[in-house]
Design a protein around this ligand. Structure first.
Ligand SMILES: [Zn+2]
Length: 155
């Protein structure tokens, strides 16, 4: 996940008027750093499948969370809310009911940047795997690791 911090509220918002669910508040309050839980789960699954990777490839567009240089595969682990998981079933990606004028451009900006990074990486010959936060159950990740292990080696 990208390094981005939850926006700091400049004005205190009374809790009673907020439509933000407790789940979402926790999500928003969490410091947006590296090594998030979903990211750690993905690493563990790949490692368990015998795959070796590098973290946070600085020189690449969008700084992928993981790269597998031998297969020229870049993996992004996206938080569903911040990166706007397009799955309509995804509960984590639901927009807040309040301050939509604030959230929507911000989140859409993230999504557009992800898209640009993807295009740029593909142009450099990388295959992109996007792992969404809501799809990091052990069985999901075991499947993913198997699929990655089957991908052809580039070098
Ligand atoms: Zn999701």
């Amino acid at each position: 996940m990208k390094r981005r911090r939850a926006p700091i509220q400049t004005k205190p918002v009374a809790k009673t008027t907020s439509n933000v669910s407790p789940e979402r508040s926790a999500q928003m309050a969490r410091v947006r750093g590296r090594d998030t839980k979903p990211e750690m789960r993905v690493r563990r699954a790949l490692h368990a499948a015998g795959l070796r990777y590098r973290l946070h490839a600085k020189g690449l567009p969008g700084r992928p969370d993981l790269i597998l240089p031998s297969r020229r595969v870049a993996v992004f682990v996206h938080g569903c809310f911040w990166h706007r998981h397009p799955d309509p079933e995804c509960k984590l990606a639901r927009l807040p009911k309040s301050r939509l004028d604030f959230w929507l451009p911000k989140l859409e900006g993230n999504r557009a940047r992800d898209e640009r990074n993807k295009v740029a990486l593909e142009a450099l010959g990388w295959k992109i795997i996007e792992v969404w936060e809501c799809q990091t159950k052990p069985e999901d990740l075991a499947k993913l690791a198997k699929a990655v292990a089957r991908m052809p080696r580039a070098i």
